[in-house]
Design a protein around this ligand. Structure first.
Ligand SMILES: *[C@@H]1O[C@H](CO)[C@@H](O)[C@H](O)[C@H]1NC(C)=O
Ligand SMILES: *[C@@H]1O[C@H](CO)[C@@H](O)[C@H](O)[C@H]1NC(C)=O
Length: 329
């Protein structure tokens, strides 16, 4: 019984590398795990002994290269910043029926701001967005932080902002999704939402290979334009008996492009596992499977189409409910 898959054996005599790459696919107890790294072999098959040591970690005496995930805790959200893409990895926020009911802050008093906490050379600049053609898209929405002007101001820091397509997306479908999230506080006592960018591969018709391509805006080009955005929603209603509490979960991934109002929200729902694979993040791993319920089985996951184009000035009266999805259960 072989527990190893020989990915590429001593192939390529011409190449003369003589390297064996092993991938362990199954480990039985007590089994000696062989190094997955190349091993120098003599022609008789014996491993070459050597008397010297190499010390890669000695590099750290010059300084640890990172990555450094700038974590910032604000009143309504916590953000984790990616210095390479100059976008957040994720922004998580908390909304409740009470926080939604308190309407103190006014968006007119808030202005977009560069984040002084991020070192200058990694910091997204307001000028990078200028004439880029993209909106400065909130990850934690300003409208979720109306309970205090300070909290709302914070949402305008660029650590909470990604370049988003404006018409048809940020000002339309994405805004409808944010509105849907706020509506969940009518049913649940506590709603936590993780929002962030994605850079997903797409098949290139020229050669049928999967590639990730995204625009980079700014001068010099520095802020990545995500291909997609995700929202992971976790809703709960705490009781006196925490051991019996379930959480209602849904994850959505939307393309950063105009989306027709007729598209069903459930078309964008993805398994949390798939979201983890594409973000490299881990979500809800401390919650037993049985305690994770499907949000879209508890509520009707659909958007309400409103005109948000002048929402900053006055709420729209144009409120129209989309018909429920045909195959809704
Ligand atoms: C919010 O931001 C505006 C504009 O920078 C500023 O004038 C105001 O004092 C801020 N409010 C709070 C409470 O921080
Ligand atoms: C969706 O509907 C709103 C409100 O009627 C409208 O302003 C918007 O342009 C529509 N979005 C798209 C992508 O057609």
């Amino acid at each position: 019984m072989s527990s190893r898959i020989l990915l590429s054996g001593l192939v390529g005599l011409g190449a003369g590398t003589g390297l064996t790459y092993l991938l362990l696919n199954k480990r039985s107890p007590g089994q000696v795990i062989e190094s997955p790294y190349p091993i120098t072999q003599k022609s008789n098959g014996k491993i070459q002994p050597h008397s010297f040591k190499v010390d890669p970690s000695g590099f750290f005496k010059y300084g640890f290269p990172g990555p450094i995930h700038d974590l910032q805790t604000r009143e309504e959200f916590i953000s984790c910043y990616n210095r390479q893409t100059q976008n957040p990895y994720w922004v998580l926020e908390h909304i409740t029926p009470e926080s939604m009911a308190a309407r103190i802050a006014d968006r007119k008093n808030s202005f977009f701001r560069e984040d002084e906490v991020i070192p200058e050379k990694f910091r997204g600049k307001l000028s990078d967005y200028f004439r880029s053609g993209y909106d400065r898209g909130h990850q934690a929405p300003a409208a979720d932080a109306k309970f205090s002007q300070q909290a709302m101001n914070d949402t305008f820091y660029l650590c909470n902002i990604c370049p988003q397509v404006g018409g048809g997306f940020n000002r339309d479908y994405w805004a409808h999704l944010e509105y849907f999230c706020r509506g969940l506080t009518k049913k649940y006592q506590s709603v936590r939402i993780v929002t962030g960018p994605l850079y997903l591969p797409k098949k290139d018709p020229a050669d049928n290979k999967f590639k990730i391509t995204y625009e980079v805006i700014g001068n010099p080009p520095s802020i990545a334009v995500p291909t997609h955005f995700f929202k992971l929603i976790v809703a709960e209603s705490p009781t006196n008996n925490p051991t019996r509490e379930d959480i209602a979960v849904a994850a959505f991934v939307l393309p950063n492009e105009p989306i027709s109002n007729e598209t069903k929200l459930t078309d964008f729902e993805v398994p949390v596992d798939a979201l983890e694979r594409s973000t490299g993040l881990e979500f809800l791993q401390k919650v037993p499977l049985l305690k994770k319920k499907a949000l879209c089985k508890e509520v009707n996951c659909q958007i309400v189409v409103r005109d948000f184009s002048n929402a900053a000035i006055k709420p729209s009266k144009d409120l129209k409910l989309l018909p429920p999805p045909k195959n809704a259960d």
